[in-house]
Design a protein around this ligand. Structure first.
Ligand SMILES: [Ca+2]
Length: 244
């Protein structure tokens, strides 16, 4: 009985405290991204077993070879859409973008490093000698990859997936938009966090408190032999009274 009660309290407290649950999914790919071909390649990831709407998602991406500034990468699921890379390094005065080769990064809207589009600025502006690593905000620019520059608006963040059901197919499309250099998509993945919504929390808290009071009252009645039901003198239904 005690174990059962503990389990009930646990179920009640989880939604009340807003306990977050996270799950990760990774796709190994190992496929060349055709040079200077806007069709690119498509990789999918099937997600299942999530009971709540998505509250946050981060994306991991590993590429080798080629030129980072040639690449465009976008992620889609249900109504959500985010641009991860859009010709990083391209500005009004630098149409080729960064010629660095390879990256192994995590995309997170809250990354302190900031916008991946201008990642060299974090390292003093010089070309990298190793693949880019670290946690970065997605590029987010929806401008065509053939013209995208740093000053374009960033509207396609990972926040666009918040509130949708994470189950189903997630689709990564990645393409090379300039001649020379050919990159390989090694692997990618997503990390989904789910937290009950405040409205759900409030309802669960009210319902949970009521159930807890009811259970505690019933337990007390069963254990206390001095408590017995007795009919009221005024004819109303039974009330519970201590017998002296
Ligand atoms: Ca290329």
């Amino acid at each position: 009985m005690k174990a059962r009660a503990t389990s009930i309290y646990g179920l009640l407290l989880a939604p009340i405290l807003g306990t977050a649950t996270a799950s990760e999914f990774v796709r190994e790919v190992g496929q060349l991204i055709p040079d200077n071909d806007p069709a690119g390649i498509v990789s999918v990831l099937d997600v299942s077993g999530n009971d709540l709407d998505l509250s946050k998602v981060t994306v991991s991406l590993e590429l080798t070879g080629g030129f980072n500034g040639d690449l465009y990468a976008e992620l889609r699921h249900d109504s959500g859409f985010s641009v991860l890379l859009n010709r990083v390094g391209r500005t009004e005065g630098q149409s080729f973008g960064y010629l660095d080769s390879g990256l192994s990064v995590v995309f997170d809207d809250d990354a302190p490093n900031g916008d991946i589009h201008l990642y060299r600025e974090v390292f003093g502006g010089a070309p990298l000698t190793e693949p880019l690593t670290g946690i970065w905000q997605p590029d987010g620019r929806t401008a065509p990859p053939s013209t995208a520059v740093a000053s374009d608006p960033r509207t396609a963040s990972l926040a666009n997936f918040v509130g949708i059901n994470p189950n189903g197919t997630w689709t990564l499309t990645i393409a090379d938009y300039d001649g020379g250099g050919e990159a390989t998509l090694v692997r990618w993945g997503i990390r989904i966090t789910q937290v009950p919504e405040p409205q759900t929390l409030a309802l669960a808290a009210v319902g949970g408190l009521s159930l807890w009071i009811l259970l505690a009252r019933r337990r007390r009645l069963r254990r206390d032999p001095a408590i017995q039901p007795r009919r009221n003198a005024n004819g109303s239904p039974y009330e519970l009274t201590h017998l002296e």
